[in-house]
Design a binder for this molecule. Structure first.
Ligand code: NAD
Length: 488
């Protein structure tokens, strides 16, 4: 199956922070892949902008190396790479000063879409917005893209929103959550709202509970200083897990358009109940016993022997509305766990009565939506175990792993960043967070984090390569449930 690629309109894209890690690892290699796929018009112009004083030639060399390293292409086509780099420029610019802004203006064309990607620390967002405006670089059709973290609490998020709103309309602001750019996340909406099968069962009457797990095998790596001020709640739950929860729990929007979808997501966040402290488990990973020097425990990794920051969190939460009042949502995320796996599981209730008797066994239907790796959707159904020996029931998966079902073209060969950048150029905000959503999410997380600050509780230690602290399993067992296994 060959996927359709619809080229986007001509554009000028400025990447502030164009020499940084994100630009080199994700944004520019992603743009190159879209270029190879024929989605970028020939005259698309990409401009790297950062503080470093380097020549355009040196910048192109830097990005050539980055694409070769991170492009994810088995064999890079030299001719295509050269053609892509031809349309790449560089300006040395200071977000907080006046250097470079005139040069940038001279490079930009009229009558094409202008997009400005703020791939810099959030403390520079306001400065960039102001200078873009003061130097007359934007018009009503220009867009800005901002990276996470969008604030560290409600107050800072409100301040950031205010700084951007001083110069841009909400319809021009694209707040990235790259989880929303994943193919399966959009497929989740297609499955829910494109089939008659699921939606009638999508409520407390039929769903026992929902689990969302985002497990990583890596530790904090070189980001220790940043991470220790953030923790799993701010780094993962407030944005990525919350967004996934919204897409699962929201009411059907009237249309698949940005505000209809985001209105429904916002209602979910506002309906989230405060979380009871005993419904949350925090953890910190221990050293890798096989290689403690290379992979030390969390506190050593962040160089803070008294750190109370969580590298793992598991929690139970409820949504106070008619659809979900009686269905708990269990969220879990952590670093240095036994497998890298992001999965949402909708666990349906038992059948009301088993006609086969208890010895046949009882199984629950589970719809698993797997975001990474091996993106796909699986529905566990109960059938008779084949062969003689009476009626025994087993679970088999109705499996739709995209690579198997649709061939290699159908697998997610489009990275989330590529998809989202193309959406920015198209002017489609559906997969971006609106300012009020982000604020509502902080309003829900702030009291939880404040509670930890004011308590003497510390995160529980857990072994590297495990599924987290034992208390996480107990959180489920107290409710007569089990976490789904974390498998690669
Ligand atoms: P980085 O430190 O590697 O790069 C920062 C970039 O900003 C550099 O190009 C630097 O020259 C530029 N810069 C710094 N001060 C400047 C100034 N005054 N004027 C102009 N340019 C300036 O950071 P990064 O890892 O690329 O992250 C960029 C942003 O993206 C951050 O907000 C980060 O939180 C976010 N983010 C990064 C990742 C990632 O994987 N790296 C993932 C998600 C979000």
């Amino acid at each position: 199956m060959v996927s359709r690629v619809i080229p986007v309109d001509p554009f000028d894209l400025v990447i502030f922070g164009g020499t940084g890690d994100l630009a080199r690892r994700k944004i520019l290699p992603g743009l190159f892949r879209r270029f190879c796929a024929g989605q970028m018009p020939d005259n698309a112009h990409v401009i790297g902008a950062a503080r470093t004083e380097i020549s355009e030639a040196a910048y192109r060399d830097m990005i050539r190396d980055a694409i070769l390293e991170f492009g994810g292409v088995e064999k890079t086509d030299e001719a295509q790479l050269s053609a892509f780099l031809q349309n790449l420029s560089y300006v040395a610019i200071d977000a907080r000063g006046e250097t470079g802004w005139r040069d940038l203006k001279a490079l930009m064309r009229r009558k094409v879409v202008r997009a400005f990607y703020f791939s810099v620390a959030p403390s520079l967002f306001g400065d960039l917005a102001e200078r873009l405006n003061n130097h007359g670089l934007t018009d009503h059709n220009s867009r800005i893209v901002v990276e996470k973290p969008f604030g560290r609490d409600l107050e800072t998020a409100q301040k950031l929103n205010g700084d951007l709103a001083a110069f841009f309309e909400e319809s021009q602001i694209y707040r990235i959550d790259h989880y929303l750019g994943k193919e399966t996340v959009q497929n989740l909406m297609a499955v829910r709202f494109g089939n008659m099968l699921f939606e009638p069962l999508w409520n407390s009457q039929f769903v026992d509970h929902i689990q969302i797990t985002v497990a990583e095998t890596v530790g904090v790596g070189g980001r220790g200083e940043y991470y220790d001020k953030s923790g799993a709640m701010r780094d993962m739950v407030q944005n990525h897990l919350m967004q996934l929860l919204c897409l699962i729990a929201m009411e059907p929007p009237a249309r698949f358009d940005p505000d209809a979808v985001r209105d429904e997501k916002l209602k979910v966040i506002r309906a989230l109940e405060p979380v009871e402290p005993h419904h949350i488990v925090r953890g910190q990973y221990g050293a890798d016993v096989d290689d403690p020097d290379e992979h030390p425990d969390y506190r050593t990794a962040v160089d803070n022997p008294k750190s109370k920051t969580e590298s793992f969190i598991a929690m139970k939460t409820h949504i106070a509305n008619w659809r979900w009042a009686a269905t708990p949502f269990y969220l879990r995320t952590g670093k240095r766990l036994c497998a890298r796996s992001s999965e949402i599981s909708i666990v349906f209730k038992d059948t009301p009565h088993s006609i086969f008797g208890e010895e046949a066994g009882r199984h629950r239907n589970v719809l698993s939506i797997r975001l990474q790796p091996n993106e796909g959707i699986k529905l566990g159904v109960t059938i008779k175990e084949p062969g003689p020996g009476g009626m025994r029931l087993i679970d088999v998966p109705l499996d739709m792993t995209f690579a198997d079902a649709l061939g290699p073209e159908g697998a997610d060969n489009v990275d989330a960043y590529e998809r989202l950048i193309m959406d920015v150029i198209r002017g489609n905000q559906t997969l971006f967070m609106r300012g009020d959503e982000v604020e509502a999410a902080w309003a829900w997380t702030d009291p939880i984090i404040e509670g930890w600050t004011n308590s003497n509780d510390v995160p529980k230690p857990y072994d590297s390569h495990s599924a987290g602290p034992d208390a996480s399993a107990q959180l489920m067992r107290r409710d007569g449930r089990e976490w789904r296994e974390v498998t690669p």
